[in-house]
Design a protein around this ligand. Structure first.
Ligand code: 3MF
Ligand code: MG
Length: 444
């Protein structure tokens, strides 16, 4: 069904920085060539289903503020059952994807289908919506960046999915991931994400960490085996987060996930989906997590949503800081840009932003901020001064002596002998941080 939920009869287009039209892009021109590609193909924007169409605006102190006709509290039963409500939600979602011209979307099973009373009913409901999506995707050319299973909202998962003390919950979670992988494959998804929302613990008094880690290792090996069995060609991604909802989560940050993948023989199979806000919660910068993932060969995709720096929890806000975003895209573009990954807005409105058009304005702003950031990153790379400084700083390692050290031709004792014999006594060299920060400032 074609809906007119947003009351806009024209697609949002690029009008340039001088435009004052709130429903136009000021910086995001999908066709602009930036660093060798169309901007749309560099950024690969995705809209998340859950925050945009599933979240009712509740917080710990109050309930629903958004009044969406597909919410159970507003659904007109004369118009049909829960599946009809889910289809209306899908119609509105695709109306928004088309208005904004975002090439991708992302979803959890629980965002898109009515919750059943059994695994069989969940699976039937998911299949019906998957078929419905398929028709809409063919009609609109919108693609799936990733699918995922929600293994954290239902009460059965309160003590974890893969890391639950009860093997029946593990089995239910595994069966659910199977159906979500099937659905993602049917829809041609570029990736499949696993965020371990409840894969962690509240207290060690009731938790066997060693067993839970082995369970998670087994679970992920099953995911990878099944991916190959059905010929799913997308990338499997883990999304690190240090805490919230559990006090301590196993996928704490990129370094922790890498150690886990190594231990369970999965480092060639699984990459990471890095979220800006999660990086900050882990005590890192976003660009640290991106640089590390690239260095370890496991960079996959990003969730481009920030937190509030004062509140200290995961507020999932749209990006609004061009300088920060530029440094993130500098790491991504500098390592070749996205392959299967993209820029997903895992972001939600503030709960007072109750008008449907607020959803459009939020995404327009986020897309413009990312476009400016990515263009600044491209300009920094094209200028080349930052990379040149890096080359110069490590040039000593290009010498014969540097090469011999790295090749393992010295031990501590032979190196000590050389330092003694040649009276090696290095002069410290400036790290030039302020000089480099001033270069960045030319571009943002
Ligand atoms: C939580 C998140 C998640 C993940 C998503 C992927 C609900 O902080 O970021 O959003 O992105 O669940 O499975
Ligand atoms: Mg996320």
């Amino acid at each position: 069904m074609t809906t007119s939920f947003f009351g806009l009869d024209q697609k949002i287009t690029f009008e340039g920085a001088d435009s004052s039209n709130p429903f136009a892009f000021k910086h995001y021109d999908p066709d602009e060539m930036v660093f060798g590609k169309r901007l749309e193909d560099q950024l690969r924007f995705a809209i998340c289903y859950w925050h945009s169409f599933g979240w009712p605006g509740n917080d710990p102190f109050g309930g629903e503020t958004f009044e969406r006709p597909w919410f159970a509290s507003h659904w007109d039963r004369a118009k049909g059952d829960a599946m009809d409500a889910a289809k209306l939600k899908a119609d509105v979602a695709f109306e928004m994807f088309s208005l904004l011209g975002t090439p991708f979307f992302c979803f959890h099973d629980a965002d898109v289908r009515p919750e059943g009373t059994s695994f069989a009913e969940n699976t039937r409901n998911l299949q019906e919506i998957t078929d419905y999506f398929q028709e809409k995707m063919e009609a609109t050319k919108v693609k799936l960046l990733w699918g995922t299973a929600n293994l954290f909202s239902h009460r059965r998962y309160m003590s974890g999915g893969a890391t639950n003390p009860d093997p029946d919950v593990f089995a239910f979670a595994a069966a659910t991931v199977k159906t979500c992988l099937d659905s993602t494959k049917q829809l041609g998804g570029a990736n499949y994400v696993l965020w371990g929302g409840r894969e962690g613990y509240e207290t060690l008094l009731n938790t066997a960490i060693d067993h839970e880690m082995d369970q998670m290792g087994r679970f992920l090996n099953m995911v990878v085996d099944y991916k190959h069995k059905i010929g799913f060609e997308g990338t499997i991604l883990i999304e690190p987060k240090p805490q919230e909802p559990t006090k301590h989560q196993y996928d704490f940050d990129v370094a922790t996930v890498y150690g886990f993948l190594k231990r369970y023989g999965l480092d060639a199979e699984i990459k990471v989906n890095i979220e800006q806000g999660h990086a900050i919660l882990a005590g890192h910068s976003f660009e640290h997590e991106l640089a590390l993932a690239n260095a370890l060969g496991i960079f996959g995709s990003i969730d481009m949503n920030r937190n509030d720096y004062q509140s200290g929890w995961d507020t999932d806000q749209f990006p609004n800081n061009v300088a920060e975003v530029a440094l993130a895209y500098y790491q991504i573009l500098g390592h070749g840009g996205f392959e299967n990954g993209g820029t997903n807005f895992d972001a939600k409105l503030r709960r007072q932003s109750i008008d449907p058009q607020d959803l459009l304005l939020a995404h327009i702003g986020g897309m413009d901020v990312c476009a400016r950031g990515l263009k600044a990153a491209a300009a920094m790379l094209e200028d080349g001064s930052l990379q040149q400084n890096l080359v110069d700083r490590y040039v000593g390692w290009e010498s014969d002596f540097g090469g011999e050290i790295m090749d393992g031709q010295y031990g501590l004792d032979s190196l000590a002998n050389k330092v003694l014999a040649e009276n090696i006594n290095p002069d410290p060299v400036s790290g030039k941080q302020e000089y480099l920060e001033n270069i960045v400032n030319r571009f943002v």
